[in-house]
Design a protein around this ligand. Structure first.
Ligand code: KIV
Length: 273
């Protein structure tokens, strides 16, 4: 683990990310939703921490990302901001807080930036949300786009299967990516689309393209923390590489603690006052 002391820390910015794309250096991005985890992710050297609305799933137990509120996202983001010294922090604007009303989009983005201290916001969608994207950018708030499988629209799609396999949807996705770049977005997430299409998008725009289930030929990768740590065991899509089996580690620790309490092994004399 590489630990960055506050004296030597150089913050990642949108400019750093842009330079990384031009150098061909891959960008690492992971979700985090609380102080303790964000502190470890930052110390490990992650380039971007996403306070994703996947908090709705992995922190709150909802089936979709739709129920999480703006207040709840700000709560999670504030905790992450207090922990982080180096990573660039992006926060999802939740469902219902930016679509179809650019004034509300601007208000939501400003609340996130003011109340949490995060560095940027992320929104899902292309031409349908252009007005909201432009409005948020006009206030000087960096915006990350999100195309392909956009979980806030899951009831429109009906399934979590790979998106943009058909030519018409693939063409719209490329146009949407160019539009987001032209508006001034600093990066785009591509979720669960064919690797060949993701490569095409990454080559078509000058801003960093971060993939999740979008193959290797993009400028960086993002995963959901609880999935890559093996805390959520029931979600195993093809794109997920599991880097640890924390569910087993935690289960063993919890079971040992229960056993020690029941057998009166814990606390011992040396653990008592
Ligand atoms: O909310 C989230 O975790 C995300 C990632 C899947 C990109 O949007």
């Amino acid at each position: 683990m590489s630990v960055h002391s506050s004296a030597s820390v150089k913050r990642i910015t949108t400019h750093t990310l842009q330079e990384m794309k031009h150098r061909g250096e891959k960008i690492s991005m992971l979700t985090a939703y609380d102080y303790s985890m964000a502190k470890i992710v930052d110390a490990a050297g992650m380039d971007i921490i996403l306070v994703g609305d996947s908090a709705s799933n992995v922190m709150a137990g909802h089936e979709t990302t739709l129920p999480i509120t703006l207040d709840q996202m700000i709560y999670h983001a504030s905790a992450v901001v207090r922990a982080v010294k180096r990573s660039f922090i992006v926060v999802d604007i939740p469902f219902g807080s930016y679509q179809g009303n650019s004034s509300e989009a601007l208000r939501s983005a400003i609340r996130i930036m003011k109340e949490s201290g995060a560095h940027a916001v992320k929104v899902e969608g292309g031409s349908e949300i252009k007005e909201s994207v432009v409005r948020i950018l006009s206030a000087g708030v960096p915006v990350m786009g999100h195309l392909g499988l956009t979980p806030q629209s899951i009831y429109k799609f009906g399934t979590y299967t790979v998106r943009a396999k058909e030519e018409a949807e693939a063409n719209k996705l490329v146009e949407d990516a160019k539009m987001l770049e032209a508006c001034g977005c600093f990066a785009i997430v591509l979720e669960k689309i064919p690797a060949t299409l993701a490569k095409k998008v990454s080559e078509a725009v000058n801003i960093p393209v971060i993939g999740i289930g979008a193959g290797p030929d993009v400028d960086g990768q993002v995963l959901v923390m609880h999935d890559m740590l093996g805390i959520t065991q029931e979600f195993k899509p093809r794109f997920l590489r599991q880097y640890a089996d924390l569910q087993s580690v935690m289960m063993t620790a919890f079971e040992s603690y229960i056993k020690d309490v029941k057998s009166k092994d814990f606390p011992s004399l040396s653990e008592s006052y």
